[in-house]
Design a protein around this ligand. Structure first.
Ligand SMILES: Cc1cc2nc3c(=O)[nH]c(=O)nc-3n(C[C@H](O)[C@H](O)[C@H](O)COP(=O)(O)OP(=O)(O)OC[C@H]3O[C@@H](n4cnc5c(N)ncnc54)[C@H](O)[C@@H]3O)c2cc1C
Length: 414
């Protein structure tokens, strides 16, 4: 792997950095103040910022399949790694560039599997940042980390699809600007394991679809992308709303999640860089028992541990992005699972140390540590819990060991 960013990557990274410093960072306080108001789903200046980013082509950079007739700048996964870190410094920065979850993975899946008509109706407005979307797989009544348990029914009745079931944690569905939901459901209960689930696009205003509530995660309701419970009662849409072929739900789901996991990791690394700097500044500014906090060995260890974890995480993520570009989604399953676990751990550890260094303030919403801690904790569950990724790593590791005809026991044991 070549660790140097190429000229094109440096140019776009510098452009994004300048935009971030000029247009986004000065509004960080305003964003928090505005979003503290109840029922606020978007800051007043968001539309203006998005228009500027769109005009400058700093748009849709997280979509490596972006075609010439789609707006924005197409970057590879590795190129986006450098940009994603900048976007991750503030929770709302990704949306300014239309690079936010869950719309990016939803756009990706639509780019790959939607019909031309579906693209026109659902993908186009997302690509232009005019609407939002959601993805509903997880269900309260079944252990959803094993996707084969998903029980919501999609009945294919001639020209119609009828959906019945309950979903939760459909991120973004409770945002008023969310116009449709990609729903995963069981369409053929008799099919072979993993081949009976399908995906269907459900407009949010379809009769029978109820937005039950936005669920607080660690006592916090995400206003922009709330984690929403949804009830489907005889929700009926035309068969043309089926995404891809019946029974291919899991196949499509896998294609959606590889790059999305890489993007989450890149953003987390950007957030960690901010936290590390804040810790250093804070320690320099405080004195206890006659010593500056920066002079204490445990603080110095906290910083050096954080830097080591962060550099390891960054290199792993860059390598995975590079492999994803070179070999495709399927070939990098193990690497994606590795970064999913490793980055969540580093993110959690660094946020946790930040809380400690900042004392009481570390637990408030006036510093980023408490929200980062909650996000890092959730990161160990969404897009697959740690244990499921660990299982993937073990299985692929064992497969490689079995495929290796040399006996290590014969060679290395005496
Ligand atoms: C902030 C957030 C956002 C989310 N966004 C979305 C979204 O947009 N759309 C969506 O559909 N879902 C979303 N989810 C849901 C998330 O993907 C699921 O919570 C996750 O897949 C786990 O499913 P579950 O909650 O049903 O847990 P379960 O499947 O009940 O698992 C519970 C626990 O069992 C253990 N476990 C499971 N399998 C194994 C194993 N093989 N070995 C050992 N232990 C195991 C793990 O400790 C696991 O945490 C989100 C979740 C969060 C927290």
């Amino acid at each position: 792997m070549n660790f140097d960013a190429d000229d094109a990557t440096i140019a776009i990274r510098d452009q994004v950095e300048a935009f971030f410093q000029r247009e986004i960072l000065p509004r960080a306080h305003d964003w928090h103040e505005e979003m503290a108001a109840p029922d606020r789903y978007e800051a007043s200046f968001m539309a203006g910022l998005k228009a500027k980013a769109f005009e400058q082509g700093l748009w849709n950079m997280a979509l490596p399949r972006l075609t010439d007739d789609e707006p924005g700048t197409c970057l590879s996964n590795l190129q986006f790694a450098y940009v994603g870190e900048i976007l991750g410094r503030l929770s709302w920065a990704s949306e300014v560039f239309n690079c936010h979850a869950p719309d990016v993975p939803n756009m990706e899946i639509l780019q790959m599997f939607a019909t031309p008509e579906q693209k026109e109706t659902y993908l186009r407005p997302l690509l232009r940042g005019e609407s939002r979307s959601s993805f509903a797989m997880t269900e309260p009544d079944v252990a959803s980390s094993d996707a084969t348990n998903i029980a919501t029914r999609i009945d294919i009745n001639g020209e119609k699809l009828v959906i019945n079931g309950r979903k939760w944690f459909a991120s973004g569905a409770g945002n008023p600007n969310c116009k449709f939901i990609i729903v995963v459901g069981l369409s053929d209960p008799d099919a072979q394991r993993g081949k009976g689930h399908s995906m269907v696009i459900v407009p949010k205003n379809t009769p029978g679809l109820t937005v039950v509530r936005n669920i607080p995660v660690m006592h916090h309701v995400d206003r922009v992308s709330p984690h929403t419970e949804l009830l489907f009662e005889d929700v009926t849409v035309p068969v043309e709303n089926l995404l891809g072929a019946p029974g291919e739900g899991f196949l499509m789901g896998q294609a959606r999640l590889g790059p999305a996991r890489v993007h989450h990791c890149m953003r987390a690394i950007g957030r960690c860089e901010v936290m590390l700097r804040l810790m250093l500044e804070r320690a320099r500014s405080r004195t206890t028992f006659g010593k500056n906090i920066r002079e204490y060995a445990n603080f110095q260890d906290a910083i050096s541990e954080s830097r080591m974890e962060l550099e390891q995480a960054r290199l792993l993520v860059q390598r995975t992005a590079w492999l994803l570009d070179r070999d495709g989604n399927k070939a990098v399953r193990k690497d994606v699972s590795i970064i999913k676990i490793a980055v969540a751990r580093a993110y959690y550890n660094i946020a946790n140390r930040g809380v400690q260094v900042f004392g009481a303030m570390g637990l408030t919403s006036e510093a980023p540590f408490a929200s980062a801690l909650a996000q890092a904790r959730a990161f160990r569950i969404y897009d697959g819990p740690d244990e499921v990724h660990s299982r993937t790593i073990f299985r692929l590791e064992e497969r490689e060991s079995l495929a290796d005809k040399r006996s290590y026991s014969d060679q290395y044991l005496h």
